[in-house]
Design a protein around this ligand. Structure first.
Ligand code: GUN
Length: 285
């Protein structure tokens, strides 16, 4: 058996068409959605992600601002910049790329972003809203995963969903969104005793650990939906996910590839959140 692929590039393209219409409607009212992206430090992967986010804005006819700081930048400098972006009515979304250099208190930086411009959904107020089931912005990667599941009509009500990874960026918000759809959610992590015991029970398996090809076919329930959030560089130098695609696709029913799976969806949902922020601002909310 060979799994069907959930193509993140194709789904992104169709969502971006709808976003282009919303963007055009805003343009007709003299509003150009604008995302400000802040990058501090020299993390190579972060630099690529930021470049991709800015390029996607431009391709979508949106404005973007890219502020890059050296690894030894003073936190006050970045905080002052966030304050200026908060106060600028032409800026609708603000994103600080994580991780931040060690002199930063990341939570304090995220808290400095105006909640109504926090398109990542990482501000404590927005995390709380998501947890209460009334999200203001849904974090982009879990949002993209939900769109992928929805696009294939994957049943979540009563389904056994296992998430591997408990980060604030993916694992925890993913659990909240799936709970809201009435799935039975298990969150596994580095201290989980028998990972395969859990993953083998999963109707839907979400891998978000950051370890190349650690989920192998023998850990997957036949016919399961497998969502691979990982972006790793394998020993062969190739880009790969947290799932061993070759063995997993022989067991799974649906599977996302890497590259071309969750990655493009994350950026698409960032554009969606920025347009949403611009629409709310245009409505005076
Ligand atoms: N670092 C890794 N993923 C993300 C993300 O979605 N947003 C931000 N701001 N930083 C990240």
């Amino acid at each position: 058996m060979s799994a069907q692929i959930i193509d993140g590039n194709a789904l992104s393209a169709s969502i971006r068409e709808q976003l282009a219409q919303r963007s055009a409607a805003l343009a007709a009212r003299g509003v150009t959605p604008c995302l400000a992206v802040i990058l501090a430090g020299e993390d190579a992967a972060s630099a690529v992600y930021v470049r991709n986010k800015v390029a996607a804005c431009e391709k979508a006819g949106m404005r973007s601002i890219r502020d890059v700081y050296a690894a030894d930048v003073k936190p006050e400098t970045v905080l002052a910049r966030i304050e200026a972006l908060n106060a600028d009515p032409a800026v609708h979304g603000i994103l600080v790329q994580l991780p931040l250099p060690k002199q930063f208190d990341a939570a304090a930086v995220l808290e400095a972003i105006a909640p109504e411009k926090d398109v990542d959904g990482f501000h404590a107020e927005n995390v709380g809203a998501l947890m209460q089931g009334t999200p203001r912005f849904i974090p982009c990667t879990p949002y993209g995963v939900m769109k992928m599941l929805e696009s294939r009509g994957v049943k979540l009500k009563g389904a056994e969903v296992v998430i591997v990874g408990r980060s604030n960026i993916v694992g925890k918000p993913m659990a909240m969104l799936l709970l809201a759809q009435s799935a039975t959610v298990t969150v596994c992590h580095s201290q989980t005793r028998d990972l395969a015991f859990h993953t083998r029970r999963a109707d839907v398996l979400v891998a978000a650990v950051g370890r190349a090809r650690m989920i192998t076919g023998d850990m997957i329930k036949p016919g399961a939906t497998v969502i691979d959030v990982g972006i790793n560089r394998g020993e062969d130098g190739k880009l790969c996910g947290d799932v061993d695609f070759a063995s997993a696709k022989e067991v799974a029913g649906l599977i996302t590839p890497v590259p071309g799976g969750v990655g493009p969806m994350t950026i698409t949902m960032l554009l969606a959140n920025t347009i949403e922020a611009a629409e709310r601002a245009a409505r005076g909310e």
